[in-house]
Design a protein around this ligand. Sequence first.
Ligand code: PMP
Length: 387
Amino acid sequence: MNPVYAALGTTIFEAMSARARASGAINLGQGFPDGPGPAPVLRAAAEALTARSNQYPPMAGIPELRLAVADHYRAAQGLDLSAEEVIVTSGATEALAAAILALVSPGDEVILLQPLYDAYLPLVERAGGVARLVRLEPPEWRVTEAMLEAVAGPRTRLIILNNPVNPLGTIMSAAELEAIARFCVGRDVIAICDEVWEHVVFDGARHRPLIGVSGMRDRTVKIGSAGKIFALTGWKVGWMCAAPALAQGLARAHQFLTFTTPPNLQWAVAEGLAKHGDWIAGASAGFQRSRDRLAAGLAAIGLRTTPSAATYFLSIDLAASGIAMDDRTFCEWMIERAGLVGIPISAFYAEAPVTHLVRLCFAKEDATLDAALERLGAALPELEIRA
Ligand code: PMP
């Protein structure tokens, strides 16, 4: 077996969901919402399945979806993408794999920011790349040009970033994006910007796409996911957007990964983006209410949390809450004693992990959040908590 996979375990999200299924624990681990998703988009998928072609769609995606993605980003983010610059993939996961396989050659150095989404590093290593890790520090978790310069060298080809950031729930500032852009332009580096959480932002925030920052139009691969936009995480419809010269290479990698994505889902997402954009803002407002419900409930039982400006996640801060356990021990305790599953943030590190944060998914029905809080509140007194 390739050594990258020989050394790799099962992703923490699958492992923790399996624990929840086996034990009946409430699953606030893996990030997926309770809700059914937008009814008209589901109907469009069902109708397309019976009324339209189920044969191979075009390799880069059905034209209606490529155009809908470009139009959507023009309206929502002021971008000037053409349909030809959008390549539809089977989820953002496939887009990441295709982009990394297309852009990384053996020996290339790739900058990754920690904490990192757990797919990035194995994909980079499988492509023969050498990861250069930049560690973001709490409480602000900000990246600067100096931090990037500190790990850069003549073989630096690529930076992979995630904005908004899973697991932190932070949004990169304009200053950070400009610093990344200056670095990329100065060093002739390409950026893969994983923006799957672009629409799950709260408190009136607006997402700033890196590809729209000065100097980045021709050197950014912007990755998106309908699974996140329409809260349908099982659909695995995503895309990568890039200038034609880059897009051509990305398509070559994509054609031998999945080649295409189920056509009925592509039509449904195209229709969703074109006609049901208003659902997206409403969904975010709902997730924001859920965030507030969980944060308030955790505060009421004496647990401190980190702020969440985006994503489906907030974290319990064990250290600030006076709990001396590390995140993995606390997650085990939660499953056993509270019947509740979370994700230890140390799983998002390749080295020197932060170990005092436990990620919880709040994209759940009120009753699920309330039940989780009740269980946790009832179990907490058995822990030694230092004031
Ligand atoms: N990137 C990030 C940062 C994610 O959080 C996720 C999903 N949790 C993905 C990529 C994968 O997205 P998809 O389901 O569309 O493959």
